[in-house]
Write a protein of this length. Structure first.
Ligand code: HEM
Length: 430
């Protein structure tokens, strides 16, 4: 049997024929998971969608097992986590995979988002796909924030106190949302219970939005490093075995990094104060969130007004929703936009800088630096992207994806032979 799949699903065995006539699930999945035409020039940045799907599954499975032993009560939560670490068989492993898994998930999502930003994957016709991504990102942040409260350590308690109180600054709805989140007048047992309930629920909502995300991807198809649309069948390869194998290889590398954290530095990304049981009478010297929320925390504290900080913080994510309409450039990929490229890397440094400042005390030079970087963050979206498209002189685009890979003559010699062999097979089968 040829390793190159045919375009249409043809059930092979008697059982599959029988099944297809009753529940054609494989026939439904086949065009998406096997034959799906993928641009032939995708680089390794395109493997992170698969890596993210893996992370979501790992978080859900380890989370379900943790929930079997965890107790959502302010008097028992901290001890129940210690019980998982010490007494439950492989409890330490499951907990470390879950807690480091959150970090790995965010690492992957940031690479995935910056990839989208660089190659213009948010531009038409992929606006809905991008917006669904931003919704996933918001849900991920809410899930991670609530999960961090569950061990009921000092940072859990004080992080929740600070953030929930900030929401109270919102006019009209602030008090109402605060009371609803707290389940009372201060962070306490009802807060812990509703956070546990929502922390269990949200990943399934994320999974639902991921299905929409992939659906919205498969209608226009993948973008690619050139940003040039697929024109002929020659420009694509079937998803299986080409992309499945490449994704699997990238996933193995990612798992090695993941395992290095879990087995060699499982607490390096966490805060030591969270190994102290929550104490409402003792405030920690510095209240900091997990690393992946630090840039937003820096924006929140950059302005002296509580309401201003909250609005800026939500604004910093809100602006991502309108990104597809802010960028006026006709050229999609940053690879052909010399000025955009420079601003993109400045933007990356700005985000890293905000992350660093989020971990520092909100005083003196740190606050001034946070104000400068916050301004630069918003300028990138609200001034640079709209204006750049009007003035920038872009580089000439290749005529097609195939041309960008194989050169103008369509690739003679070995490369051309291999390429035409790879794409001719499905045609000859169809
Ligand atoms: C649980 C989180 C997520 C999962 C499982 C996920 C999954 C995927 C998958 C499987 C792909 C196709 C493969 C690839 O391009 O890497 C993809 C593409 C894409 N995703 Fe996500 N994604 C997630 C979060 C996000 C977020 C937060 C954003 C942006 C805010 C985003 C924006 C995009 C875009 C624009 C594409 C199209 C890429 C292209 O073809 O250039 N995704 N996603």
């Amino acid at each position: 049997m040829s390793p190159i799949p045919s375009e249409k699903y043809v059930p092979q065995s008697a059982f599959m024929k029988w099944m297809e006539a009753r529940l054609p699930i494989w026939g439904f999945l086949y065009p998406t998971a096997i034959a799906y035409p993928t641009p032939r020039n995708l680089n390794y940045f395109w493997t992170f969608g698969g890596i993210l799907s893996f992370c979501l599954v790992v978080q859900i499975i380890t989370g379900i097992v943790l929930a079997m032993h965890y107790t959502a009560n302010v008097d028992m939560a901290f001890n129940s986590v210690e019980h998982i670490m010490r007494n439950v068989n492989y409890g330490w492993l499951i907990r470390y995979v879950h807690s480091n898994g959150a970090s790995m998930f965010f690492l992957a999502v940031y690479i995935h988002m910056f990839r989208g930003l660089y190659y213009g994957s948010y531009k038409a016709p992929r606006e809905v796909l991008w917006i669904l991504g931003v919704i996933i990102f918001l849900l991920m942040m809410a899930t991670a924030f609530m999960g961090y409260v569950l061990p009921w350590g000092q940072m859990s308690f004080w992080g929740a106190t600070v953030i929930i109180n900030l929401v109270g600054a919102l006019p009209l709805v602030g008090d109402w949302i605060t009371t609803w989140l707290l389940g009372g007048f201060a962070v306490g047992n009802p807060t812990l219970n509703r956070f546990f309930s929502l922390h269990y629920l949200l990943p399934f909502m994320i999974a639902g939005v991921v299905i929409l995300h992939i659906w919205a991807l498969h209608v226009p198809g993948n973008n690619n490093p050139t940003g040039v649309s697929v024109k002929t069948k020659q420009d694509t390869l079937p998803f299986h075995p080409y992309i499945t194998m490449k994704d699997a290889f990238a996933l193995v590398l990612f798992m090695i990094l993941f395992a290095a954290f879990v087995f060699y530095a499982p607490n390096i990304l966490g805060h030591t104060d969270n190994y102290i049981k929550a104490n409402p009478l003792v405030t920690p010297a510095h209240i900091v969130p997990e690393w992946y929320l630090l840039p937003f925390y820096a924006i929140l504290r950059a302005v002296p007004s509580k309401l201003g900080g909250v609005l800026l913080m939500f604004g910093s994510i809100g602006v991502l929703f309108i990104l597809p309409w802010l960028d006026t450039s006709k050229v999609r990929s940053g690879a052909y936009r010399p000025l955009f490229k420079q601003f993109f890397w400045i933007f990356v440094v700005v985000c890293l800088g905000l992350g660093y400042l989020g971990a520092q005390p909100a005083e003196g030079g740190y606050v001034i630096a946070a104000r400068i970087l916050t301004t630069m963050y918003f300028l990138f979206f609200l001034a640079v992207l709209p204006l750049l498209g009007l003035f920038e002189k872009t580089k000439p685009l290749p005529n097609s994806i195939t041309e960008s890979v194989l050169g103008k003559n369509g690739g003679g010699g070995m490369a051309g032979a291999a390429a035409s062999g790879a794409t001719a097979a499905p045609e000859s089968k169809a």
